[in-house]
Write a protein that binds this ligand. Structure first.
Ligand code: NAG
Ligand code: NAG
Ligand code: NAG
Ligand code: NAG
Ligand code: NAG
Ligand code: NAG
Ligand code: NAG
Ligand code: NAG
Ligand code: NAG
Length: 570
């Protein structure tokens, strides 16, 4: 193949140079030493001997259509020149030699040739021969090793160990041999010979019994189903396609979104698809496959069956919701508006499509529905008697365990539920707003978790959305992530949540000022913050004469002004 291409290229090159003259007559000869096919990296010489009838002829060479400078040529004698090339690695080249004769207008061609550099073949490795069940041929393949760059022939030899008969099958890198050609019994020695101009190599000899080479037909998954029980089990149904005995199979599955396969081997004599049960995530897309092989030490696996995609059914949500509330106005009759805020469940915990949320109150063992919504917030009216409300999420299969939230009006148990202290707010360009606080001092009961609540105090926006996050009790630090633009004003509060009560907030405010902006703007906001903090201070002192507060205020610069309220033991 390569040689054919070369011959064509040479022909084209000659034709091109002589504008349509395709019959080139040599007047001399060109030869390559040590040989026209050499091992890569050797030194070679290109020789040109002219028999052109011209006394003063000057010889020159074109290597791959590039003129070779005269000084590179060694003159052997009047009619012979030589070009030496060291460490030669071009797989394939064409050389043409010309004679320039002072008495002739056109240069005359002396002759041309082509030459090759490559590698001797590696010993073929990994010789593998199999017979796919229901096929009528032996399929053999091997690794040829490194690329040789030159034409290399492979011959597969099969020698019957019973009759001693040897058969040769030429091929490239894989071959199908009709079983009808293998009449010498079941036992064979098989090997591959690789051969090119630079050398010959053999693979190891493989001793086989044709019966052991059979790969059972690939099984087919027919169905996947899940039991409708409280702990759902998923069962894979598949059909083996093989007619052989002593076959064993394995199943594998993975969540479609995952990379990792989970394997299940069947080291049993499979006659029909077994019923292995899996405990899988609900409402998740899975991919299943099966494959089989003979129960023999060195047998080969069939291919994996076509993937069977299956989505497990929904199940009731598995996790308790994270909920929060914002206390609203109190009416004259004592009822208070409460906005219940809900964090949607992660898909893994939702275990299906969440159809809605139910907010209810328990009164004398009865559930009193307060709100039924598909929104993640709901305004309810609570009477002074209600201490807690409960929230559940439901999907087609059921509801989550109820989350409880205290809705006691704040003043009542103030001293029991101490607030976090020493809140510090700062801004980090990469991570957003960092909020730090300390555990309430002299704490008698354990904090379940903290709630960080924030609101953007933008003038234009009439509707104030409360944003919040739950922070585990062992952390006293969090980030409010997101893209904050300059000139922002945020109110941030941290609450400690206890078993049956919630602390008053530790409040803070954040003004974000862009220093690159005009100094006036910066000053304006800075002054505003200071005035605000004075108002704040006054309020606190007016309100609580018996209590001592430490008030921290760090005015800008840098960037941020923060107000932190620290509450000490009364
Ligand atoms: C090729 O020629 C160089 C320079 O003459 C010499 O050093 C080198 O050993 C030669 N290589 C081989 C493989 O003969
Ligand atoms: C020149 O050298 C070439 C190659 O070695 C040889 O074939 C030829 O006879 C020589 N010619 C003369 C005139 O010595
Ligand atoms: C000559 O040309 C062939 C085909 O274009 C290329 O593969 C080969 O590397 C070239 N050889 C040299 C010595 O440049
Ligand atoms: C032989 O094939 C196996 C499996 O395909 C592969 O892991 C291994 O690297 C191969 N060995 C060689 C020497 O090519
Ligand atoms: C061998 O036959 C199989 C079909 O049975 C075919 O898919 C494969 O390409 C063939 N291999 C060669 C090297 O001819
Ligand atoms: C496998 O099962 C087949 C049919 O059920 C039986 O003939 C064969 O002996 C069994 N082989 C083993 C190893 O149990
Ligand atoms: C209390 O007053 C509000 C607003 O007037 C009303 O909607 C609510 O039904 C009243 N609650 C009770 C228990 O009377
Ligand atoms: C909530 O509303 C949905 C749809 O309107 C309904 O199916 C469900 O029973 C309601 N739940 C309660 C507790 O009222
Ligand atoms: C933010 O806090 C300040 C000071 O406590 C208060 O005046 C303002 O109304 C708050 N803004 C919002 C939107 O809650």
């Amino acid at each position: 193949m390569v040689r054919f291409k070369v011959a064509v290229a040479l022909h084209i090159l000659f034709s091109w140079i002589y504008r349509g003259v395709s019959n080139v007559h040599c007047s001399g000869y060109v030869w390559i030493e040590p040989a026209p096919v050499i091992q890569m990296g050797l030194n070679i010489s290109i020789n040109c001997h002219s028999t052109v009838n011209c006394q003063m002829a000057k010889l020159y060479m074109m290597l791959n259509n590039t003129h070779i400078e005269d000084k590179l040529l060694t003159t052997i004698n009047k009619t012979t020149v030589q070009l030496q090339l060291h460490d030669f690695r071009k797989p394939y080249s064409i050389v043409l030699c010309y004679a320039k004769c002072p008495s002739k207008a056109a240069d005359m061609i002396v002759c041309g040739t082509q030459f090759f550099a490559g590698h001797p073949p590696d010993s073929p490795t990994n010789l593998t021969c199999v017979i796919y069940e229901h096929s009528d041929h032996l399929t053999c393949a091997w690794d040829a090793g490194k690329y040789t760059y030159i034409s290399t022939n492979y011959i597969l030899y099969l020698k019957s160990l019973q009759t001693g008969e040897e058969k040769a099958f030429p091929s490239n890198a894989a071959i199908n041999i009709s079983l009808s050609k293998l009449q010498g019994g079941k036992l064979y020695s098989i090997w591959v010979q690789a051969k090119n101009d630079l050398g010959t190599a053999h693979s190891d000899h493989l001793q086989v019994n044709l019966e052991d080479l059979v790969i059972p037909a690939t099984p087919v998954i027919t169905n996947v189903e899940t039991t409708d029980s409280s702990a759902p089990r998923t069962i894979l149904h598949w059909k083996k396609q093989t007619s052989m005995e002593n076959v064993y199979c394995e199943e594998r599955y993975k969540a479609l979104a995952d990379q990792t396969w989970h394997m299940k081997e069947w080291d049993i004599n499979v006659t029909k698809g077994p019923n292995r049960e899996y405990s899988l995530e609900s409402n998740t897309e899975y991919e299943f496959q099966v494959r089989c092989r003979l129960i023999l030490a060195k047998s080969y696996w069939s291919g994996w069956s076509a993937p069977f995609i299956y989505t497990t059914p929904e199940a009731a949500p598995s996790k308790i919701l994270d909920v929060w509330r914002v206390m609203g106005p109190v009416y004259t009759n004592g009822s208070q508006e409460v906005m219940v805020l809900i964090k949607p469940l992660a898909p893994k915990d939702a275990r299906g499509r969440i159809l809605g949320y139910t907010v209810f109150h328990e009164s004398r063992g009865e559930m009193v529905n307060l709100c039924n919504t598909s929104d993640t917030q709901c305004k309810v009216l609570v009477s002074p008697a209600m201490r807690t409300v409960h929230v559940t999420a439901y999907n087609s299969k059921g509801s989550s365990m109820p989350a409880s939230i205290t809705v006691t009006q704040e003043h009542s148990n103030f001293n029991d539920f101490l607030s976090p202290t020493n809140m510090q707010i700062s801004h980090d360009d990469h991570r957003g707003v960092s909020v730090k606080w300390e555990l309430p001092k002299y704490i008698g009961r354990s904090v379940l978790w903290f709630i960080v609540e924030w609101i953007f105090a933008a003038q234009h926006n009439q509707q104030h959305d409360f944003l919040w996050k739950k922070v585990p009790s062992q952390d006293t630090f969090t980030y409010i992530e997101g893209d904050l633009t300059e000139g922002i004003h945020m109110n941030i509060s941290v609450y400690a949540v206890y078993q049956d009560g919630i602390s008053k907030p530790c409040p803070g405010q954040l003004y974000l000022v862009d220093l690159d902006n005009d100094g006036d703007v910066f000053w304006g906001i800075g002054t505003g913050a200071i005035i605000l903090s004075i108002v704040f201070l006054t309020l606190i002192f007016k309100k609580s004469l018996r209590k001592r507060y430490r008030f921290l205020f760090i005015p800008p610069p840098p960037l941020v002004s923060r107000i932190c309220l620290s509450l000490r033991k009364p």
